[in-house]
Ligand binder design. Structure first.
Ligand SMILES: Cc1ncc(Cc2csc(CCOP(=O)(O)OP(=O)(O)O)c2C)c(N)n1
Ligand SMILES: [Mg+2]
Length: 549
C-alpha cells in the first residue's frame, strides 16, 4: 500500500531506482521472488532502468558484473531473499575479487514479520545470516529498515561502490518499499590529503629517476577507473616500457604508448617478461598481486623494489602512502612531468595477433579459432568479447585487442554466456562469447532468453568433450571426460542458429555465416580433437608446475 508522500519524498523503491541511475547504473538484471515483488513493481512501473530477467541467479550476477565492467560504473543485480540471493554468492565473490562495481539488491522479510517468532521461508540460519554472508564479499552494506536513514546509507554505499570499484549489498525489507523517503544525494568524492599525494608523487619520480632500468606494469584498476589515457600519457612522458597483466589484457592496445604486451612470466614472450622482471624499479599501477597475474613468476619479480599503487594505497619500498587513489596519483605525476616525450629506451614492435587461417580440411586447434576470429575482426571490425574460464580464455590472449570481460583472476566457470548477455543489454554492441563445453553446461542455457530479450550474440563453443584444462594439470584424472552434448542442435531449440564444425574450412565459413546473421543468437560448435590445447595454456601449466615444484 503506497503511503501518502510528504513534500519532496517518494516511495523508497522509486527513490532507490533514481539513486542507482544518478550513480551511473543503466540496467537492472534480476529474478523476483515474494520478498522482492514490491520492489520489482517499482522497477517495472517506473521504467527508470530497463529490467532484464534471466533464468538462474548466477547468470544475473555475472550479467550485472559484465555490464558494470563495460560501464565502469554500477551493474545492478536484484534478487529475492535467501534462495535467490544465496544463489548469487559466487558471482558476487568474483566481482569482489576482480574489482567490479556490482550493486546487489535483495528483497527481504518485512520488519513486522521478523518478530513473529516464526522461521521464515528462505531463511537459512537467522534472518540476518544473508547480510553476514554478503558482508564478506562486498565492500559496504546497508539495510533499508528506516526510510529516514535510507538516503544517507544509500549515498554512502553507492559512493564506496564507485570509489573502491567493488560490490555493495543493499537489503530491502518488503514492507519498507512503499514508505515515503527523501531523495538520495550523490556525495562528492571522499576527501584526500593532497600533501600525502604530493609527497608520494615526488617519491615515485625520485625512485624512477635513480633507476637504471625502470618499467611499468598496469592492471585492472586502470580500466575500472577509466585511466587508460592518463596511463598512456604517463608511459610516454616517462619513456618507460609498459606491460599489462593477464587481467589487464587489451589495456593501451589502441593507445600511443610503448606497450610491450601481456606479462605472463615464463608462460609469456621473453621480450615482454625480461624488461619487467629485470626492472630495478617496477611501477605497478592498479595491479592485483594475484597468482594468475604473477603466480608463475612470483620468484622472478622482487616486489620489495616495486612501486605498487592499488586499492587507494601506494607502497614504495617500506613506505606506505594511504588514501592515494590511482587517479589522484596519476594527476600528480603528470603535473610534475614535462609534456615532451623523452627519448626512452626503444620498445620492440608489438607481436601482431595471428591472422590468416588456412581454410583446409585439417581439424581445428584452439590457435585456429584465434586466427579465424582475428580474420573476422580484420574484415568486419572488433567485437566485445565475453570469455569463460578454460582454454577459451587462454586462446583469447591471441585474439586482437578488443574489450574483454573474463574471470581472469577469480577464474570461475559459468561467466561467459551470462556476461555476454550482460554486454548485449548495454551499448557495447554485439558480443562474441567464448566458452568451453564444460562451462556451457553450467550457464549456457541462458541463451534461451535471447529471443525474448532481443539479443543475438555470436557464441563459439570449444567442444573437446572434456574438462581439458584440468586434464593438463592432472592427466590421469578419469573424471575429465564429459558427455558429447550436441550444442549446435540444441541451439536451434533455444531459438538460435547452430553450426557444427570439425575442419578449418568449416570454421571459416560458419563464422562468416554466423557473423552475417543478426536475427538470432549464433552458436558455432567447434569439435576439438582430444588433447588439443592452446600453446598459451600449455606454457601456463608448465610454468605453474615449475613455480609450485
Ligand atoms: C564454477 C567452477 N567450477 C570448477 C572449476 C574448476 C575448473 C577450472 S577449468 C575446468 C574445466 C573447464 O572445462 P571447459 O570444457 O569449460 O573448458 P576446457 O578446459 O577448455 O575444456 C574446471 C572444472 C572452476 N574454475 N569454476
Ligand atoms: Mg572442454
Amino acid at each position: 500500500m503506497s503511503m501518502p508522500s510528504a513534500a519532496g519524498t517518494a516511495p523508497l523503491g522509486r527513490v532507490l531506482l533514481d539513486a542507482l541511475r544518478a550513480h551511473g547504473a543503466r540496467e537492472i538484471f534480476g529474478i523476483p521472488g515474494d520478498f522482492a515483488l514490491p520492489f520489482f513493481r517499482h522497477v517495472e512501473q517506473a521504467g527508470i532502468l530497463p529490467l532484464f530477467t534471466l533464468s538462474h541467479e548466477p547468470a544475473v550476477g555475472f550479467a550485472a558484473d559484465a555490464a558494470a565492467r563495460w560501464h565502469g560504473g554500477p551493474g545492478v543485480a536484484a534478487v529475492t531473499y535467501g534462495a535467490g540471493a544465496l544463489n548469487m554468492v559466487n558471482p558476487v565473490a568474483g566481482a569482489y575479487a576482480e574489482k567490479s562495481p556490482l550493486v546487489v539488491i535483495s528483497g527481504a522479510p518485512g520488519l513486522a514479520e521478523r518478530d513473529r517468532g516464526l522461521l521464515l521461508h528462505h531463511q537459512a540460519r537467522t534472518v540476518d545470516s544473508q547480510f553476514r554472508i554478503f558482508s564478506e564479499i562486498t565492500c559496504d552494506q546497508c539495510v533499508l529498515d528506516d526510510p529516514a536513514e535510507a538516503p544517507a546509507r544509500l549515498a554512502r554505499v553507492l559512493r564506496r561502490c564507485r570509489e573502491e570499484s567493488r560490490p555493495v549489498y543493499i537489503e530491502l525489507p518488503r514492507d519498507q518499499v512503499d514508505r515515503p523517503c527523501a531523495p538520495v544525494p550523490v556525495l562528492p568524492a571522499s576527501p584526500i590529503d593532497t600533501e600525502v599525494v604530493d609527497a608520494c608523487a615526488d617519491a615515485v619520480l625520485a625512485r624512477l629517476a635513480e633507476a637504471r632500468a625502470p618499467a611499468m606494469i598496469i592492471g585492472v584498476e586502470v580500466r575500472r577507473f577509466g585511466l587508460e589515457d592518463k596511463v598512456a600519457t604517463l608511459a610516454r612522458r616517462l619513456g618507460l616500457p609498459v606491460a599489462s597483466t593477464f587481467m589487464g589484457r587489451g589495456l593501451l592496445a589502441e593507445a600511443e604508448a610503448p606497450l610491450l604486451g601481456i606479462y605472463l612470466g615464463p608462460a609469456g614472450h621473453p621480450e615482454v617478461s625480461q624488461p619487467i622482471e629485470e626492472a630495478d624499479a617496477l611501477l605497478m599501477l592498479g595491479v592485483l598481486l594475484s597468482d594468475t597475474n604473477f603466480g608463475v613468476s612470483a620468484r622472478r619479480i622482487d616486489l620489495r623494489r616495486a612501486i605498487r599503487a592499488v586499492d587507494r594505497t601506494v607502497n614504495l619500498g617500506f613506505a606506505v602512502y594511504p588514501e592515494v587513489p590511482l587517479g589522484a596519483l596519476l594527476d600528480a605525476l603528470l603535473a610534475r612531468l614535462p609534456e615532451a616525450t623523452p627519448a626512452g629506451r626503444p620498445v620492440p614492435p608489438r607481436a601482431e595477433p595471428p591472422h590468416g587461417l588456412i581454410a583446409d580440411e585439417a581439424p581445428v586447434a584452439p590457435a585456429d579459432i584465434a586466427r579465424a576470429v582475428n580474420d573476422l575482426f580484420a574484415a568486419h571490425g572488433p567485437m566485445p568479447i565475453a570469455a569463460d574460464m578454460g582454454d577459451c580464455l587462454f586462446t583469447a590472449m591471441d585474439i586482437a585487442p578488443s574489450h574483454l570481460v573474463a574471470p581472469g583472476y577469480y577464474a570461475t566457470m559459468g561467466f561467459g554466456v551470462p556476461a555476454g548477455l550482460g554486454l548485449c543489454a548495454t551499448d557495447a554492441g554485439r558480443p562474441l562469447i567464448l566458452v568451453g563445453d564444460g562451462a556451457f553446461q553450467m550457464t549456457g542455457w541462458e541463451l534461451g532468453n535471447c529471443q525474448r530479450l532481443g539479443f543475438a550474440p555470436l557464441v563459439i563453443v570449444f567442444n573437446n568433450a572434456s574438462w581439458e584444462m584440468l586434464r593438463t594439470f592432472q592427466p590421469e584424472g578419469g573424471y575429465n571426460d564429459l558427455s558429447a552434448f550436441r550444442f549446435a542442435d540444441i541451439a536451434e531449440t533455444l531459438g538460435g542458429r547452430g553450426h557444427r564444425v570439425s575442419t578449418r574450412a568449416e570454421l571459416k565459413s560458419a563464422l562468416q555465416a554466423a557473423h552475417a546473421d543478426h536475427g538470432r543468437f549464433q552458436l558455432v560448435e567447434v569439435m576439438l580433437p582430444k588433447g588439443a590445447v592452446s600453446d598459451m595454456l600449455g606454457r601456463f601449466v608448465a610454468a605453474a608446475r615449475g613455480a609450485n615444484s
